[in-house]
Design a protein around this ligand. Structure first.
Ligand code: HSE
Length: 304
C-alpha cells in the first residue's frame, strides 16, 4: 500500500476550563487527507478548496511539521505527498490544524507500518501545532485522532485518555481569528480563588461526562478564568451571545479552542433557536463564517 485516504474531524478544544488538556470531537465539519508515498525523497503538500491561504511550506504547515517530526525520529528516507481536502473553511477554534496533523501521522503510521501507539501518534502530531499556535498542545490532535472527549492526563510524557460522550448537540459559530494566535496573552497568574474554581470546574466536566449529565456538563464548561477572558475580548458580540443562548436554554457556552469560534451545548429542541441567535448576533462581524449545527462524536480519524 502506498496511498491512504482519511477523514479527520473538527474538534472543540479547552471545553471551558480545560486549557490545553480537554477537547471534544465533532461529527462535522471534517477534512479529508490523502497521503501518498513516492520516490521523490521530499515532503510536499497540496491543499484543495483552500479559502484561508493555508501555507504549503512544510515548515509552516501543521501536517508538514508533524510529518517532518516523524521522518526525523525514524530516519525515514521516503518521498511523501500530503493532499488536504478542506471542508472546514474557518480555522479559528475548530481544530482544523490539529485534524490535518493527526490525519497525517495516522496515515503515515499505516503506510510505513510503524505500529505507533495512540500516545506516540499524538506526541508526533502535536509537533505540527507549533506551525499554528507556536506551541505543541495535544488537545485538538488527540480529539481528532481518537474522537470523543479527550483528557490529556500527562504532558510529560504524553498520555491521553478518551472518554465516550453521548451525541450532544452543539451549535458552533465559526469565526476566524483576527490574529494568528492569542496564546501569548494568556496568563496562569489568576490568583488562588480563581485557580481553585478552575480546578473545580475541570473536575465537574469529567464527572458530568462519567454520569452523562448534559446539565452538569453545560454548567461546568461555561466557566474559564484562563483562556476565555483573553479570547472573548476579541469577540465583540460574545457576552451578548453567551447571555442570550443561556437564557433560551443552552446548557453551556464558551469560546471554542483558540477562538474566535464559539460553541453552545444545546438539545434537539433548542438548537435552531440558539443557532439563530448566533447567526443574527455575528452577522456584522467581518470574521464570521457560519453556524454549524453539529454533535459531539466518538469517531476520530477514519480511513475512507
Ligand atoms: N488549547 C489550544 C488553545 C487549542 O487554547 O490555544 C487551540 O485550538
Amino acid at each position: 500500500m502506498n496511498k491512504i485516504k482519511l477523514r479527520a474531524p473538527a474538534s472543540s478544544a479547552n471545553v471551558g476550563p480545560g486549557y490545553d488538556i480537554f477537547a471534544m470531537a465533532l461529527q462535522m465539519p471534517y477534512d479529508e487527507i490523502e497521503i501518498e508515498l513516492n520516490d521523490s525523497n521530499k515532503i510536499t503538500i497540496e491543499i484543495i478548496n483552500d479559502t484561508q491561504n493555508i501555507p504549503t511550506d512544510i515548515n509552516d504547515n501543521t501536517a508538514g511539521l508533524a510529518a517532518l517530526a516523524l521522518v526525523k525520529k525514524f530516519n525515514i528516507k521516503q518521498g511523501i505527498h500530503i493532499r488536504i481536502i478542506k471542508n472546514m473553511k474557518s480555522g479559528g477554534g475548530m481544530g482544523t490544524t490539529g485534524a490535518s496533523a493527526a490525519g497525517c501521522i495516522f496515515g503515515l503510521n499505516e503506510l510505513l507500518g510503524l505500529k505507533l501507539s495512540d500516545n506516540e501518534i499524538i506526541d508526533l502530531a502535536r509537533m505540527g501545532e507549533v506551525a499554528s499556535g507556536g506551541s505543541p498542545h495535544a488537545d485538538n490532535v488527540a480529539a481528532a485522532l481518537l474522537g470523543g472527549f479527550v483528557l490529556v492526563k500527562s504532558y510529560n510524557p504524553i498520555d491521553v485518555l478518551k472518554l465516550d460522550l453521548p451525541d450532544f448537540p452543539i451549535a458552533l459559530a465559526a469565526i476566524r481569528k483576527s490574529q494568528r494566535t492569542t496564546r501569548g496573552f494568556i496568563t496562569y497568574e489568576i490568583g488562588q480563588e480563581k485557580l481553585k474554581e478552575q480546578m473545580a470546574r475541570c473536575s465537574r466536566v469529567i464527572h458530568a461526562i462519567h454520569t452523562k449529565d448534559i446539565v452538569e456538563f453545560g454548567k461546568a464548561v461555561s466557566v474559564d478564568y484562563i483562556a476565555e477572558p483573553v479570547r472573548s475580548a476579541a469577540i465583540p458580540e460574545y457576552n451578548f451571545v453567551k447571555e442570550n443562548v443561556l437564557k433560551v436554554g443552552a446548557y453551556g457556552c464558551n469560546v471554542s479552542g483558540g477562538g474566535s469560534s464559539v460553541f453552545a451545548l444545546c438539545n434537539e429542541n433548542n438548537i435552531d433557536e440558539i443557532a439563530g441567535i448566533m447567526e443574527k448576533a455575528f452577522a456584522e462581524n467581518p470574521h464570521f463564517v457560519k453556524v454549524y449545527k453539529t454533535k459531539t462524536s466518538n469517531k476520530g480519524v477514519e480511513k475512507i
